[in-house]
Design a protein around this ligand. Structure first.
Ligand SMILES: Cc1cc2nc3c(=O)[nH]c(=O)nc-3n(C[C@H](O)[C@H](O)[C@H](O)COP(=O)(O)OP(=O)(O)OC[C@H]3O[C@@H](n4cnc5c(N)ncnc54)[C@H](O)[C@@H]3O)c2cc1C
Length: 465
């Protein structure tokens, strides 16, 4: 028998549960369906576990650096990977449990476990059950891509999910992909004690960043002994004994990289191929992302898509914001939209990169008149005191409106300090507001007003090259 709901939500990632709470709180009868782990990617195989492991790696790094701070350590530090994993599992598992019990205890909300599939635009099957609603919200997220690289099917490889089960130290971890996910794993495993090589097809790591940012990131990683191979076209794999060979066609360096383990971090794809979207008539683009408008409505009235599966964002904060946008439009008569969002994210290597708005290269391309400020972390007192002076910060502002166009803080505390810039961007206030604000000493943020006091015309500066 088909069960009727006011709303069906597919997926319990970073949008679904929050939307369920809003809709159920407004009196709607809600069904939410999860096929695997409550909390989705972020909690189980993404943000939470990686950041707990980054914290373990930072601890190992600081123990090795203890003498720099006058702390005498007798004996070599060693990393117990089983303990690193169990700390990660405990923190991640606690979050998963909290999401599940929150949903199961939510008034007006029924939880289903199983794979959801559209039967029609208003009907969903979950195993033997059939559910119907006039409002359906898709929050199915994405998964790691397996690249079409010769030999890949003949080798054992790790991805962001399977590496979560690793409780040993790979002798030599070869990471294919020099994007955000690959780089976080690269630094953490190097700090745990593995030899690490990153292979990237593009000429630069973190290729969407300005060249000066990606060059500084590369220096930070190479200073720790990570091997980086860029311009690696024609990647293929084969086995040699217990080892795996990655064959690379690089401009510089050996054509073979021999490692004990391979991590594929070459991108993600949406979980939309096994959802029955054709039966519902929901349009997807060439890469499988569900096509949505500015308020996250799909091509079919009564069906919305939120989070990574709509291609409008690839972060937890963008997925959560999607739930706010849909909730506001449906329940608050508030026409919030995706285009109100300012690009913002962090890369959690150490020191981290905090980013907001446009890159310098994007501003240059736009042709607008702009001003730029830049400051190395060696001139940030807080960084000097902490002995963490790698990186720099920069900011670009519109020469006419004085509004901030974009910023990057690659340095200690960069993931937090960027918010003082981001909030002023949301306020659409001129940069002079930050310049006149009295910031706390000693912090990284206190040097942002100083940097703003030294702005130069962008056309006369060349820092992105
Ligand atoms: C290694 C890694 C590190 C990351 N670090 C960060 C970070 O530091 N900060 C950040 O902002 N973002 C980070 N991200 C990205 C972040 O995890 C995602 O952007 C976020 O989880 C997207 O949330 P979502 O709700 O769209 O989907 P997901 O969190 O992927 O949730 C989708 C859910 O839907 C379920 N599902 C799928 N299909 C079906 C179906 N047919 N039926 C029923 N259920 C289904 C899945 O099982 C899953 O639970 C990271 C990602 C990775 C891989």
């Amino acid at each position: 028998m088909t069960k009727t709901y006011d709303a069906i939500i597919i997926g319990t990632g970073q949008a679904g549960p929050f939307l369920a709470e809003r809709l159920a709180g407004a009196g709607m009868k809600v069904a939410i369906i999860e096929r695997k782990l409550f909390g989705g990617t972020c909690i189980n195989t993404g943000c939470t576990p990686t950041k707990t492991m980054v914290a373990s790696a930072y601890a190992a790094h600081m123990v090795r650096r203890a003498a720099d701070f006058g702390v005498v350590e007798n004996g070599l530090p060693s990393v117990d990977m089983k303990l690193v994993k169990s700390r990660k599992d405990a923190i991640s598992g606690q979050s998963r449990k909290e999401v599940e019990s929150w949903l199961r205890g939510m008034p007006n909300c029924t939880v289903y476990q199983g794979h959801a599939r559209f039967v029609s635009a208003t009907e969903i099957s979950v195993g033997a059950e059939s559910l119907t609603a006039n409002r359906i919200f898709i929050n199915v997220g994405g998964r790691a891509v397996v690249p079409h690289m010769p030999g890949v099917e003949g080798i054992p490889y790790l991805n962001n999910s399977s590496i979560m089960d690793v409780d040993f130290l790979p002798r030599h971890l070869v990471i294919v992909g020099g994007g955000y996910i690959g780089l976080e794993f690269a630094q953490m495993y190097r700090r745990f004690g593995s030899e690490v090589t990153v292979i990237e097809m593009a000429p630069h790591l973190a290729q969407h960043e300005d060249e000066d940012v990606s060059t500084a990131i590369r220096e930070i990683l190479e200073n720790e002994g990570i091997h980086v191979r860029t311009n690696a076209t024609c990647i293929s794999f084969s086995k040699r004994g217990e080892d795996i060979l990655a064959h690379v066609d690089c401009v510089v360096g050996d054509p073979e990289v021999r490692g004990s383990h391979i991590l594929l971090a070459v991108g993600r794809r949406p979980n939309t191929d096994d959802l029955g979207l054709t039966e519902a008539g929901v349009a997807v683009d060439k890469r499988g992302y569900i096509v949505v408008d500015d308020q996250l409505r799909t091509s079919v009235p009564g069906i919305w898509a939120l989070g990574d599966c709509n291609g409008k964002g690839a972060f937890t904060h963008t997925a959560f914001n999607d739930s706010e946008i849909v909730g506001a439009n449906l329940l608050d008569n508030d026409t919030r939209k995706v285009s109100d969002r300012i690009t913002a994210y962090a890369l959690y290597i150490d020191p981290p990169l905090g980013r907001a708005g446009l890159t310098e290269a994007e501003v240059r391309k736009s042709g607008r008149r702009a001003l730029i400020g830049r400051r190395p972390m060696t001139k940030v007192g807080r960084a000097v005191e902490k002995g963490e002076t790698q990186g720099f910060m920069k900011i670009v502002v519109d020469a006419e409106t004085h509004q901030i166009l974009g910023a990057a803080i690659l340095g200690t505390g960069g993931d937090e300090a960027i918010h003082s810039i981001l909030d002023v961007m949301y306020a659409k206030a001129p940069y002079t507001v930050i310049q006149r604000a009295v910031h706390i000493h000693p912090t990284v943020s206190e040097l942002i007003p100083t940097m703003l006091g030294e702005l130069q015309p962008l056309s006369e500066q060349r820092t992105d090259k």
